[in-house]
Design a protein around this ligand. Structure first.
Ligand code: LLP
Length: 866
């Protein structure tokens, strides 16, 4: 390797694409960025630009012989003249010669035969024009910018087996500088230089072009030839993401990748960087960065050889338009040369094979979408050819879903949710790359819709995508695009003294902050799309909370006789019409009792109607259906789908209604609750839509109950639920089914954040390097962490102002190894016996799930109002 040039002579290459060069203010940014880079340790700067946006497409149409080429050329000329004026330049002075050259190409005798050299020259005009405009503008602004013709410096190298077309219009360039190249390059007087992407010198001295994505590749070639400090690709997105942000708003910015991962991501999906551009930089060990011209303050994506090799899935992508060719080889298999015969036929038709799967009698390959594939005759011709040696089936259209990351093989055990997701689709083919960097599933294109957000979430939940690695994963797309909505400061921070006083009277103790419950209730009530509100009292049945919510005009949803009794004990005057009874596998007597009380009964199976006709005869009821899927923060709280015990399958609704009619039973409500802690607002919109359709078929339904399940932000990373978006989505559906009232029955949303669990430290112990803080209550007082791996923030309330620099596992006193509130949590190192620890967001499913295991007493409960 040649010695690195002195720092003062090290280059930074900046590349700007079409949208970055088409507006005046963008050129101001280019000037500013170039100057800033030139100030970094006396660097020199080379700026590589694309043509104005859309121009290359126009030139391609003309090169392809479009009938209205004259008009298009005139328009192109006009467009550049106008832009010169926008830049405050004299069009004739800056562009006169170039536009004359463009016009001359239009009437060039070679145009008739669409001569390849002529096409290349024509295509090159876009970059020549944009770079001339930019250089003139930057110089006029007083910057020390020189302009150079890239064809003087980039030399196309002809590869064997390349078609004449590719040798002219899709060339690669040499990255080893010829004798004197570097010295000559350095001689150029200006500190900053501007040149064209996409174009190079052909061996015959004429013009060649690099093909699509050529500007990125040009920048990379220059970076490699110059041994640059860095190649920066400035574009209109913040970098590479863990998924396409348009499809997956939770996709994470990938802040640092190694060349190989970046290559794989660029090849399998991300459009931000042309895959060809990585190798030249990789071979020359030149770091790359992808940065956002509009948001230069963001970190972007850095790609270099020293990137820490964090194992795990970094990105997931989807490619549409994949064609699968399945070949049954029958007797041919195992014959020497069979595959060679097969692939020769693909070659003959100019089709490039991407994935390959093979079995004893079958070889299946996928073809990348390419121009000649759009023409279906190619496939017919290929099939005809292949059928001489095997039976052929073409499967279209397919989508390839690819997981990219390091060490895919060692991740398989974490991918069970991913496999489960695919379990619902027909997977035609699974392929694992031999470099262990990708795993691809090919499915029908129609099945791929909506799959990416689900897969992305499953990868994070399972730990297969290690988003906590901040050296690799940056902010979410939606944070970047819309800013993140932070959780409110929790109420208990302002109530520390009162809470400590309560704790002094004995722990474990739950404290409920009624103003928080009230605020949540009112937020829900102000949404116009909901007509009736119920509170699922299983979340927290403290009398003060029941009274408060009834005052706020909520009805109450109960699931047992015990809960019904609680409700009428606490609020004897409550009208039974405001009470729902939605039990699961309850005994007959509970239904009889509920009807006796006059509350609304919900049923979710036919068997009960058949076995206990007397209970339901002549009565009204709500029917709970299972829409075939569940959702929620943990598999144990998903209440839909075959594995779940809840709900009548939609296919049996008709039979249920028929049976009910025989009994004179009226189905007046339709209900679905598919899970708890669901994060996507569309979940309820979809439920509402499906229930609306079913209600229309039943006829007697008056009300649609879309369940509870609204999430709360348990971690600092979680965003508060977007109630407005939720309500707006429901309003859309409601408009489609104006005849029904819409009901909800949340539990968690109303009470979780209002509750804190106070505990006292019993012991602080170190064992084998693990420090543990023990508390006087554990899974007996709050079972959610043990049961669902649920996260609750934990603070040392006694020492809340001390820096939390110690790392502890927080455990309870129960004789079970799952008695852990949280692992590797930060508390002050001074944490000691009798300190009061607060477990946050414990107002829902806290006390109501507490138990006396190990014969430990139930926690106390207390409320705080105003
Ligand atoms: N409606 C029905 C029919 C339900 O089964 C439930 C909760 C709700 C409404 C209220 O769901 P929420 O809005 O609270 O998500 N123990 C688990 C939650 C179990 C939820 C059971 N059913 C946890 O701590 O996460």
């Amino acid at each position: 390797m040649p010695p690195a040039p002195p720092a003062s002579d090290r280059w930074i290459v900046l590349k700007f694409g079409g949208t970055s060069v088409s507006r005046r203010h963008r050129w101001d940014t280019i000037g500013r960025l170039a100057q800033r880079r030139a100030g970094e340790n006396d660097a020199r700067v080379l700026v590589v630009v694309s043509a104005l946006s859309g121009v290359t497409n126009e030139l391609t149409a003309i090169a392809d012989g479009a009938a209205d080429s004259d008009v298009r050329l005139l328009q192109l000329e006009q467009r550049h003249r106008e832009f010169a004026v926008e830049l405050g330049l004299d069009p004739e002075q800056v562009l006169g010669e170039r536009l004359a050259a463009l016009r001359a190409l239009g009437v060039d005798p070679r145009a008739g035969g669409r001569d390849l050299a002529w096409q290349a020259e024509l295509l090159a005009q876009g970059e020549l024009l944009s770079s001339s405009l930019g250089a003139a503008y930057l110089r006029a602004a007083g910057l020390d910018f020189g302009w150079m013709d890239a064809r003087q410096w980039l030399q196309a190298s002809l590869l064997p087996n390349q078609s004449p077309w590719a040798q002219r219009l899709s060339v690669s360039c040499s990255t080893s500088p010829s004798e004197g190249w570097s010295a000559a390059f350095r001689q150029q007087p200006a500190r900053m230089l501007l040149t064209q992407g996409f174009i190079a010198r052909h061996e015959d001295g004429g013009t060649a072009v690099l093909g699509r994505g050529g500007s990125d590749t040009s920048a990379a070639y220059f970076g490699a030839l110059l041994g640059a400090r860095r190649v920066e690709i400035w574009t209109d997105v913040p970098g590479m993401f863990s998924a396409n942000p348009r499809e997956v708003p939770d996709a994470r910015l990938l802040t640092r990748l190694d060349y190989y991962e970046a290559q794989e991501i660029a090849t399998t999906g991300a459009k931000v960087l042309h895959p060809r551009s990585i190798k030249p930089c990789r071979d020359a060990s030149v770091p790359m960065a992808i940065l956002d011209t509009e948001r230069p303050e963001l970190p972007g994506t850095s790609i270099d050889g020293g990137a820490a090799t964090v194992p795990g899935v970094k990105a997931i992508s989807r490619r549409n338009g994949i064609v699968l060719v399945s070949m049954e080889g029958i007797g041919m298999w195992q014959q020497v040369g069979f595959l060679a015969d097969v692939f020769a036929r693909f070659k003959k038709h100019g089709l490039s094979v991407d994935l390959i799967g093979s079995a004893e009698t079958n070889v299946t390959v996928s073809l990348d979408p390419s121009e000649n594939l759009v023409n279906t005759d190619v496939l017919a011709a290929l099939s005809a050819d292949l059928s001489e040696i095997c039976r052929v089936k073409v499967i279209v259209p397919c989508a390839a879903i690819t997981l990219v990351g390091r060490g895919m093989r060692s991740l398989l055990h974490k991918l069970s949710d991913v496999w489960a997701t695919f379990g619902r689709e027909r997977v035609h083919m699974i392929s694992q790359s031999s470099n262990d960097l990708n795993l691809t599933f090919v499915i029908d294109e129609a099945d791929a819709d909506g799959l990416l957000p689900v897969l992305h979430a499953a990868l994070i939940d399972s730990g297969a995508m290690p988003v906590e690695e901040t050296s690799v994963f940056g902010p979410r797309w939606r944070e970047i695009a819309h800013g993140i909505r932070k959780r409110d400061t929790p109420w208990w921070q302002g109530e520390r003294q009162r809470l400590l006083a309560m704790a002094a009277a004995g722990t474990p103790r739950y404290a409920y902050h009624l103003p928080t419950v009230r605020a949540r209730a009112r937020a829900l009530k102000q949404l116009s799309s909901i007509d009736q509100h119920y509170y699922a009292i299983k979340a927290n049945s403290h009398p003060a909370i029941l009274k408060l919510l009834v005052q706020e005009d909520f009805g109450l949803e109960c699931v047992s006789l015990g809960e019904l009794q609680r409700v009428f004990e606490v609020i004897p005057e409550l009208s039974p019409r405001r009470v729902l009874f939605t039990p699961s596998f309850a005994p007959r007597a509970e239904y009889e009792h509920a009807y006796g009380l006059g509350v609304t009964v919900t049923l979710d199976n036919i068997e009960s109607l058949q076995r206990w006709p007397e209970v339901f005869r002549g009565r009204d009821l709500w029917l709970r259906v299972d829409l075939g899927r569940g959702d929620g923060h943990h598999e144990k709280v998903r209440t839909g789908g075959k594995e779940s015990k809840f709900g009548l399958p939609v296919a049996r609704v008709e039979a249920f209604v028929a049976r009910a009619r025989q009994l004179g039973t009226r189905v007046i409500g339709l209900h679905a609750h598919l899970g708890s802690g669901v994060e996507t607002p569309q979940h309820w919109k979809q439920i509402c839509d499906e229930l609306g359709g079913i209600a229309n078929r039943i006829g007697s339904v008056e009300i649609i109950d879309i369940g509870g399940g609204l999430p709360i932000p348990y971690t600092a990373d979680d965003e508060p639920f977007d109630l407005d978006a939720w309500g707006a989505g429901l309003a859309e559906i409601k408009a489609a089914y104006p005849g029904y009232r819409i009901a909800i029955e949340p539990g968690r949303y109303l009470v979780a954040e209002a509750g804190a669990l106070l505990l006292s430290v019993t012991q602080v112990v170190e064992k084998d390097g693990v420090h543990r803080v023990g508390l006087d209550g554990g899974m007996n007082a709050l079972i959610r962490p043990a049961l669902y791996d649920a996260w609750h923030d934990i603070v040392n309330l006694s020492r809340i102002d001390e820096a939390a620099e110690g790392v502890f596992d927080i455990v309870g006193p129960i004789c079970e190894s799952s008695d852990v509130f949280g692992k590797r949590r930060r508390l002050t190192v001074a944490t000691t016996e009798a300190d009061v620890v607060l477990v946050a967001d414990a107002g829902a499913y806290g006390f109501t799930m507490a138990n006396a295991y190990n014969l430990r007493a139930l926690p106390k409960e207390e409320v705080l109002d105003v």
